[in-house]
Design a protein around this ligand. Structure first.
Ligand code: PRP
Length: 179
């Protein structure tokens, strides 16, 4: 796997430090509130597991699995729910946990969908943000790192379902995805 990487973009130590900061900030901001953290599968799995362990207030966790309608139509913003939440989010403080915001289309869909369920509040935390790629005006409330427009993998992020288990964020060599 390591031979497929052009470089390491964010080390495990850099990620751990930033995730701890985000956890502390979220713990302060949601103190006394009924917080539910929603992991958007699959990419946010690792971030979710680490972030929630850095949050020191009580919370619930839930999961959503979504998919864009085929790779070719990803930019259409049409999203399909593969697995929905277990529990109601009505009147609860909802935090969407994402690994990366790219075009923003996935997030726009999620915000529209979850807002209609009448949460008390709805915010977004993402580990990575690629602002250069944004196609719709949407911004995460909490953001681990702004990153350049490079093909990143690891810490949950995949190429062709591989590399998610790398403990850091790396940049894939172009020859791997241009094959
Ligand atoms: C990734 C990521 C976000 C979305 C961001 O998911 O986890 O959900 O793409 O892209 P956007 O801002 O352009 O909409 P992906 O569809 O790759 O699924 P995965 O999390 O299962 O890998």
């Amino acid at each position: 796997m390591l031979n497929d990487l052009a470089k390491v973009l964010l080390t495990k130590e850099q990620i751990d430090t930033r995730v701890a900061e985000l956890g502390a900030q979220i713990s302060r901001d949601y103190a006394g509130k009924d917080l539910v953290a929603i992991c958007i599968l699959k990419g946010a799995l690792h971030f979710m597991a680490d972030l929630t362990r850095q949050i020191t207030i009580p919370l619930s966790i839930d999961f959503m699995a979504i998919s864009s309608y085929g790779a070719g139509t990803k930019t259409s913003g049409v999203v399909r729910i593969l697995q929905d939440l277990d529990s109601s989010i009505a009147d609860r403080h909802v935090l969407i946990v994402e690994d990366i915001v790219d075009s923003g289309l996935t997030l726009k869909y999620l915000v529209d969908n979850l807002s209609s369920r009448r949460p008390a509040s709805l915010k977004i935390v993402t580990l990575l943000d690629k602002p250069a790629r944004r196609a719709v005006a949407i911004a995460p409330h909490y953001n681990g790192f702004d990153i350049p427009d490079e093909f990143v993998v690891g810490y949950g992020l995949d190429y062709d379902e591989k590399y998610r288990n790398l403990p850091f964020i790396g940049v894939l060599k172009p020859e791997i995805y241009q094959k």
